[in-house]
Write a protein that binds this ligand. Structure first.
Ligand SMILES: Nc1ncnc2c1ncn2[C@@H]1O[C@H](COP(=O)(O)OP(=O)(O)OP(=O)(O)O)[C@@H](O)[C@H]1O
Length: 386
């Protein structure tokens, strides 16, 4: 006997290929997947339902900045059109709205799978940004591979990532998956050798630049374990670094008094006492103080792309709030943040545009906050099975 009618469960997890520029994510749950424009999109669905829905091609042109693939609703009601889209000024929602209510169907297909291929191409110049122009690409990483210089051990296995101005990206991933290595390779850490791929930062080949030039160009890394610099006071260090940046920008250097005036509001922003300036860089600092000090450096130097490697580790809840507040205050429409974290709580304070999962030296999945929620509930096993 048929019991109460239940919505058939639909596991939209496999196999799905989402391809945008150099990024490929496979398999992926069709839920809350966002991509930054491209505005010409061809979407083809092959469904394996009992009535064999024909392939539905969709060509969409939309002058908006974002498309959003929403949770697919599996409701009983009339059949096709199987795939519908609803567009607003800044989003497009794809939904699989209807499926036939049919006993044979329910019995035979209590759950079913869907194969989809979504290919998106950028239509250059067609995307209005907040400021009226197209959003600029800040960082473009393609198929980046890297080894440990000393041993030759391969750590990065083809990282692909694009970051546009104004975006906040978070990378999560198991211990040892290569997150910090990726961050350090970006800033040119000597422990790693790039063996393939490309990294373009603000239109320039980052991999050809010396580490200090990368910093002067606007790349900032807050280290997971900030180093101590005995004998160098925080204020001297910051003043030197800041004046180097000003020289690069063709601006006059600040003398100690002017620098003091410049840094005072920054101290307040990060909630650090002024006497920290007289202490040697990170020497004797607690874990939390080191992290605050890293953000102070970011506030002083500024950055077009700030890479924050586990800034939340070792922070008490107040410090986390202070640090997050400072990072949010530093965000503008033209700079970006790439943060590495293990915990969702940071993402509640600094809201990411995208979350990526790194696995075995490559980005294996991209999505939104729902990924972090799933991770927290079910761990990385859930990622590999979705
Ligand atoms: N300089 C190095 N010498 C030896 N092994 C290294 C070096 N740098 C990275 N590794 C190894 O590379 C792998 C990736 O390290 P990485 O620090 O990038 O991982 P992670 O994803 O940041 O991990 P965690 O979440 O624990 O911080 C690890 O197995 C690590 O031991």
């Amino acid at each position: 006997m048929d019991g109460p009618r239940k919505k058939p469960r639909m596991k939209l997890s496999c196999p799905f290929i989402f391809s945008y520029k150099a990024q490929s994510i496979k398999p992926m749950t069709l839920k809350n997947i966002r991509y930054q424009p491209p505005l010409t999109m061809t979407c083809t669905w092959h469904t394996f339902l009992y009535y064999q829905t024909p392939i539905q091609p969709l060509l969409l042109r939309q002058p908006s900045t974002m498309a959003l693939l929403h949770r697919f609703n599996c409701r009983s009601s009339p059949s096709p059109p199987l795939l519908t889209t609803k567009s607003t000024s800044n989003s497009t929602v794809f939904s699989l709205s209807t499926l036939p209510r049919h006993r044979r169907f329910h019995r035979k297909f209590p759950s079913f799978k869907l194969t989809a291929t979504l290919a998106a191409e950028t239509t250059a110049g067609s995307v209005p940004s907040g400021g009226g122009g197209p959003p600029k690409l800040v960082l473009e990483v393609k198929d980046l591979t890297a080894v440990i210089s000393e041993s030759g051990q391969k750590i990065l296995n083809g990282v692909n990532l694009s970051i546009y101005e104004g975006e906040i990206h978070a990378i999560m991933g198991k211990n040892g998956s290569g997150k910090s290595t990726f961050a350090k390779v970006l800033v040119g850490h000597k422990d790693y050798e790039v063996t393939g791929g490309s990294v373009v930062f603000k239109g320039e080949n980052l991999l050809e630049m010396e580490p200090e030039d990368r910093s002067l160009a606007g790349l900032f890394l807050s280290f997971q374990s900030p180093v101590e610099i005995p004998g160098v006071s925080n204020s001297d260090f910051l003043q030197m670094a800041y004046n180097a940046r000003r020289r690069k920008l063709g601006q006059p250097e600040l003398d100690p008094l002017q620098f003091y005036g410049y840094i005072m509001p920054k101290l307040e922003m990060v909630n650090i006492k002024a006497d920290f300036l007289n202490r040697n860089v990170n020497e004797g600092f607690s874990g939390g103080e080191k992290k605050r000090n890293e953000i102070l450096q970011l506030a002083v130097l500024g950055a077009e792309l700030a890479i924050l490697d586990e800034i939340d580790s070792g922070l008490d809840v107040d410090a986390l709030r202070d640090v997050s507040k400072a990072v949010n205050a530093l965000m503008t429409s033209t700079n970006s943040v790439l943060m590495i974290t293990h915990y969702r709580r940071l993402l509640e304070f600094i809201k990411p545009t995208y979350i990526h999962i790194m696995d075995e030296g490559r980005i294996s999945m991209t999505g939104d906050i729902s990924i972090a929620t799933l991770l927290e509930k079910k761990g990385y096993k859930a990622m590999s099975s979705s």
